[in-house]
Design a protein around this ligand. Structure first.
Ligand code: TXA
Ligand code: MG
Length: 370
């Protein structure tokens, strides 16, 4: 049986934390909020407890887990040969949404690292996550608390939908603030490499690092369409999502044409939009989810997964989403939408060399062909 317990996100009630920590120590599973998404936690040093995470999520065992620590000094419990750079990054970005991949300590169960020689670690900034790790007295291995293949949970209700009956307790502290997962940065190669863009931007890392690479599958550029199936689908909604990239003046008419085509074919259409674009589709029989202002990537990131789940719940068969560029959190948002895009990625061009979706005009759109 799974219980849900409300907990303050500012001053977590000690009674609740002690109860959840006891569950961790006896090998149980606790879903808890972090600043990014809800995690499904177990004692990282207990192989059986770690195994049960994979069972509850139906997650394949080849996908390693992030170990959550109370502070940077705990890295030495799970990592070895820690490069100097690590301490600099930790001082700048922890606690916060940055995960570092480091050489592993032999004591880390191989289920955590999927049998590899590296371990991913992060120090979350959410007071509930922090209090839980401190009270448990052990590092906590935690993937996102969703069923494998579904979008990450940003609310306790999402965890309930995916995992009720499979885990011991859900700590409900309301919606998470960042909304997309942590940035995963590998420090085991010659040049630091972003394996997954996330809550800490590439630009913020570049300010501290001499150079930083981005794993190339995470960005999709050029061409007209990326065929479905070539992008790893880890964050998919039930509906078939198509992502539209390019200048606003080209993208919005293309989305409108696509929507009309689906409507004529009798399909239920959902649109994932920024607030500024809502009115463009007001006359269509579609479900519109506004993520936030085009000027607030943090708001868009925060609402992204809730909006995808809401569209699924509304029973849409098709989702059309507009890209938000690659600046700051945009890179993580594009990465998740690209992975969710079973319907493919449509790249519109205005014919100019600088085909940048980052420079979308924000003024009113005139006239709209359909
Ligand atoms: O924000 C987050 O990172 C959330 C919260 C709960 O902390 N956690 C999360 O975990 O998103 P998960 O398991 O859903 O995603 C972890 C990612 C996966 O893509 C996994 O492959 C990668 O981190 N990862 C974990 N350990 C790794 C390792 N040793 N080397 C390379 N990648 C690793
Ligand atoms: Mg996940």
């Amino acid at each position: 049986m799974t219980v849900v317990v409300q907990v303050s996100k500012v001053h977590p009630e000690p009674g609740v934390i002690v109860r959840a920590a006891a569950i961790i120590r006896r090998g149980g599973l606790v879903a808890f909020p972090t600043e990014t998404v809800y995690g499904l936690g177990a004692n990282a040093l207990d192989p059986d407890a770690v195994e049960s995470i994979f069972t509850a999520k139906e997650r394949p065992s080849y996908d390693p887990l992030i170990v959550h620590l109370q502070d940077a000094t705990q890295m030495e419990l799970v990592a070895a040969d820690i490069p100097d750079l690590t301490w600099k990054l930790a001082a700048e970005f922890w606690p916060g949404p940055l995960t570092l991949v480091l050489p592993r300590q032999p004591r880390v169960p191989s289920a955590v690292t999927a049998g590899g020689d590296t371990v991913a670690v992060r120090v979350p900034s959410h007071p509930v996550a922090h209090a839980l790790i401190v009270a448990a007295g052990v590092p906590i291995a935690a993937p996102s608390a969703n069923r494998f293949g579904r979008v990450s949970p940003t609310r306790a209700e999402h965890v309930w939908t995916d995992l009720a009956g499979r885990i011991d307790i859900i700590l409900d502290a309301g919606p998470t603030s960042v909304g997309v997962e942590s940035t995963v940065l590998s420090l085991v190669e010659a040049t630091p490499r972003i394996l997954r863009p996330g809550g800490v931007s590439r630009e913020a890392l570049a300010r501290l690092l001499e150079s930083v690479e981005v794993e190339h599958h995470t960005i999709v550029e050029g061409g007209t369409a990326v065929s479905p199936g070539t992008t790893p689908q880890h964050y998919a909604p039930e509906a078939s999502l198509t992502l539209f990239q390019g200048p606003r003046a080209q993208v919005l008419p293309a989305m409108r044409r696509a929507a009309l085509g689906y409507i004529e074919a009798g399909e239920r259409v959902g649109l994932l939009l920024v607030e500024e674009d809502l009115s463009v589709f007001a006359d269509l029989p579609v479900i519109r989810e506004a993520l936030g202002s085009v000027d607030s990537l943090s708001q868009i990131a925060q609402r992204l997964y809730s909006a995808l789940r809401a569209l699924d719940e509304a029973g849409v068969e098709v989702i059309l989403a507009r890209d938000v560029g690659t600046t700051g959190l945009g890179l993580a948002i594009r990465d998740r939408l690209t992975r969710a895009a079973a319907g493919g990625v449509v790249v519109m061009s205005d014919g100019s060399a600088a085909d940048s979706p980052d420079s979308a005009p924000s003024g009113p759109l005139t006239p709209l062909a359909s």
